[in-house]
Design a protein around this ligand. Structure first.
Ligand code: CA
Length: 232
């Protein structure tokens, strides 16, 4: 799928077409779905760069669609809502949507939001180039990682964990979030085994950098990657 392709899920066809036109004028291509229950199979086959998702939809509600998408994808989602009182739900329920627009909206405003969300999403790490953080180097394309030049012989789970943590240094990830995100790496684990994988990962990293802990435990929450000097 093209790098500028947006999926619009909106059962009001006139609105959907209006969005297609405005997005096209802004240099995007867009396709439309008119039912909520068509979204998951569609994006598994053809992942778009962003989804504009109406809430009131036949088949499956937009909020439910959003929740389901977040089980396997971090594709940016902008929710469309006709009811101001839904905003609290969208934001408060932590559905994982990236932004929202209220009906009636100006298509121009939607395009501006889409661009802003994509800019933010693009600021997230691009894994096609190697990640480097202090002494740690991770090359996704070669499936290689090293600590101070010392090659790390990582299992797929350990590699996935390191990639996720390193991708957003300083950000704290809960155990369940880590499990969700590393699933693409054939992750074989539950909450407790995350701890075991982290322990093994730390031990391997310590072979390269023995006196420095870059994977920190955040008590009661989870783990983060940090190069900062630890407060003790
Ligand atoms: Ca609708």
């Amino acid at each position: 799928m093209a790098r500028n392709h947006i999926l619009i899920v909106e059962d009001e066809r006139k609105i959907a077409q209006l969005l297609v036109d405005y997005l096209a004028a802004a240099g995007f291509t867009a396709s439309c779905l008119y039912r909520g229950d068509q979204v998951l199979p569609h994006i598994k086959k053809d992942p778009p760069v962003l989804i504009l998702l109406d809430i009131m939809l036949p088949g499956m509600e937009g909020t439910e669609v959003c929740r389901e998408i977040r089980r396997f994808s971090s594709v940016p989602i902008v929710m469309i809502t006709a009811r101001v009182e839904e905003i609290d739900r969208i934001v408060g329920l932590e559905l994982g949507a990236d932004d929202y627009v209220c009906k009636p909206f100006s298509p121009r405003e939607v395009v501006a939001r889409v661009k802003a969300v994509l800019r933010r999403a693009c600021a997230e790490p691009d894994f096609s180039t190697p990640l480097e953080a202090g002494p740690i180097l991770l090359d996704e394309s070669r499936r290689e990682a090293s600590a101070a030049g010392h090659p790390l012989n990582l299992t797929p789970s350990e590699f996935g964990l390191l990639k996720i943590l390193m991708g957003q240094p300083g950000r704290v990830f809960s155990r369940s979030e880590l499990i969700d995100r590393v699933q693409g790496y054939a992750f074989d684990g539950y909450d407790r085994t995350i701890d075991t994988h982290i322990k093994n990962l730390r031990r391997k990293i310590a072979e390269g950098i023995p006196h420095r802990e870059v994977i920190r435990t955040v008590y009661g929450v989870g783990y983060k990657f940090s190069l900062e000097v630890e407060d003790r």
